[in-house]
Write a protein that binds this ligand. Structure first.
Ligand SMILES: O=P(O)(O)OC[C@H]1O[C@@H](O)[C@@H](O)[C@@H](O)[C@@H]1O
Length: 267
């Protein structure tokens, strides 16, 4: 079942999108969401298109979201950079440990931007972002994001834009630590790759036809996101730029030379 999309306009979005997407006239598209189906409500897949920096922000985990009355599951996310302009960077984690008071002061005067580690990126970079990680996506990126389906973002700093900040909530959950580079990887030139294996979801790159191990791992409902070539799911042709739900991986047909992401919730 191909999922319907919702387009979100963002101050940092783009009015010209890479194929196969097209922005409606006059709309600065920041995010395209694939609406989660009732059979699999826990995960949200989005494309992000950036022309400016996103806010410096963080997300709570489940316990924090519940304690704050802000949600149930919290939000962990994973980014796959599908295209990046030369010099594109993602701010993730801090260059050095930052204490809560120093972080508050840096968020208030904007110097938090300079305390972040700006990682140079290219197509194929993958970053898992645990709850509490302070981050800011930079301009010039097209990203596929897989996230827990809860829309809680605490903005710490927004470059003086006229948008709401959530400094007190954000500082309760923000970790003032460097990013753990063990959570970064690059897509291999060939072959399958497990990109995320918990705690909240699993995400794999399927290159060509999945092996038995992968079929076993995805024996229940999943989302499939073709990135090169089409797949067949539930009798529908699913193309790059689309996302489909399937009751299991065995019901999806992959082209021998195609590439697709598959993802399913864990726990
Ligand atoms: O608060 P802004 O800058 O609009 O960014 C909001 C966006 O941030 C990204 O890092 C992701 O977490 C997206 O899921 C989220 O929608």
């Amino acid at each position: 079942m191909i999922l319907p999309t919702t387009i979100l306009e963002k101050v940092w979005g783009r009015d010209v999108l890479p194929a196969p997407f097209a922005a409606p006239a006059g709309v600065r598209v920041g995010e395209i969401w694939f609406e989660p189906p009732s059979q699999l409500p826990d995960l949200l897949v989005k494309y992000l298109f950036t022309s400016e920096k996103l806010s410096v922000q963080c997300h709570p985990d489940a316990a924090q979201a519940q304690a704050m009355g802000a949600g149930k599951t919290g939000k962990e996310e994973c980014w796959l950079v599908v295209a990046a302009e030369p010099g594109a960077t993602l701010g993730i984690g801090f260059n050095e440990e930052v204490g809560a008071e120093a972080m508050r002061a840096a968020a208030l005067d904007g110097s938090i931007e300079d305390l972040l580690t700006w990682h140079p990126v290219q197509a194929g970079d993958v970053f898992y972002i645990p709850a509490g990680t302070v981050h800011a996506i930079g301009p010039g990126c097209s990203i596929i994001e897989v996230q827990q389906n809860e829309d809680i973002t605490f903005r710490l700093f927004d470059y003086g834009r006229d948008r709401e900040l959530h400094l007190d909530e954000g500082l309760k959950v923000a970790k003032g630590t460097p990013y753990d580079m063990a959570l970064h990887q690059r897509l291999p030139a060939s072959g399958h790759a497990t990109l995320v294996d918990g705690p909240k979801f699993r995400l794999d790159l399927v290159a060509g036809v999945p092996d038995d191990g992968l079929l076993y791992s995805y024996s229940e409902g999943l989302l499939v996101v073709p990135i090169a070539g089409e797949v067949l799911a539930g009798g529908e042709v699913v193309s790059p730029g689309q996302c489909a739900w399937s009751p299991d991986l065995a019901s999806v047909s992959f082209a021998p030379h195609g590439k697709a992401l598959v993802t399913a919730p864990l726990g």
